[in-house]
Design a binder for this molecule. Sequence first.
Ligand code: SAM
Length: 360
Amino acid sequence: MATISPPVPSSDELIEAPAHLGRLRDSHGRAITDLRVSVTDRCNYKCVYCRTGNEGAQYTELAIEDYLRMVRVFVGLGIEKIRLTGGEPLLRHGLVDMVQELSKLRTAYTPDGFPTSDGHPLDIALTTNGHLLESLAQPLKDAGLNRVTVSMDAVDPETFTAITRVPRSFHRVLAGVRKAQEIGLAPVKVNCVLLRGFNDHEIERFAQFSREENVIVRFIEFMPLEEGRTWKPETVVPMDELVARLNAFRPLVELPPHVASETARRFTFSDGLGEIGIIAPVSRPFCGHCSRVRLTSDGKIRTCLFSQSDHDLYGEMLRGGTDSDLAAYVRKIVMRKEARHHIGEPDFEKPSRNMVHIGG
Ligand code: SAM
């Protein structure tokens, strides 16, 4: 990667404030190091488990420069990893330039939490449906993108079309996955949301796909975040059942987590070929290790996927907040981060936004 100058906060105050307050933490003591930024809530797919098919974008998009300013504030407080998402982020004009600017930023804290002016480049990742990835992978990589996660809920082209409601979509996404792999946007992860009776017959084929394409396949439990409000506990394929199915395909061997806050349990097969991740927010919640906050396409902070409200950081900007005002606002909101979600409990309330309008 090219040599790049240290981060350029727009004021000195931004550097000084966190130095005495410490890196961003919530009231439960969790360090917040991971920011997901939705750059649009438009999407070119209408995945049946995510969208009704009748509704389009619902929230505004901000200028790329506005996202960058907010991201700089977060980075000054200790964010180390940025994931760009949506909607479908590859629809967003200016995304490559945004990645280029993000690649100039440096972490503001050492891994053990001390402020530093000698930080590292951020970990910059993208979550995409892959439809436009084949042509955009190289420009994004050249701009400084490190990694890509492609959502792919079937490896059979017909099932894929039935899910995305876009004809001939599978081959485009496969071409995007292969391109990302070829140019080293690695490790390429393929995320599959499993729905009982819909794509769970493909579990073994996904395992084979991981082995043949040399990508990490991650199965994700279906969460109540869809527009259509169709979620039922019976539709979720829980981790234990999935592990049993994969073990019957070939014996699984568990791999150690990379970091404590890792959301996925990692496995390979007994011959070491292929890697499977299982993300089980429903049957095995990992909220205690959550290091994430989200920024929506209209500039609102969401402290949990299941929050009942969001917090208007962009509004603070519009009211003329300085960078240190914004940093203070972020700190205040992050302190309110929920301890955990309540999926499956009697008091569970659906969140105020659906996944496509939050940014997954
Ligand atoms: N368009 C991009 C994509 O397809 O990856 C980014 C946005 S999409 C909302 C992000 C991820 O959320 C996708 O992997 C999608 O499968 C996942 N997702 C959507 N609804 C979900 C739900 N109810 N439960 C679990 N994951 C969901």
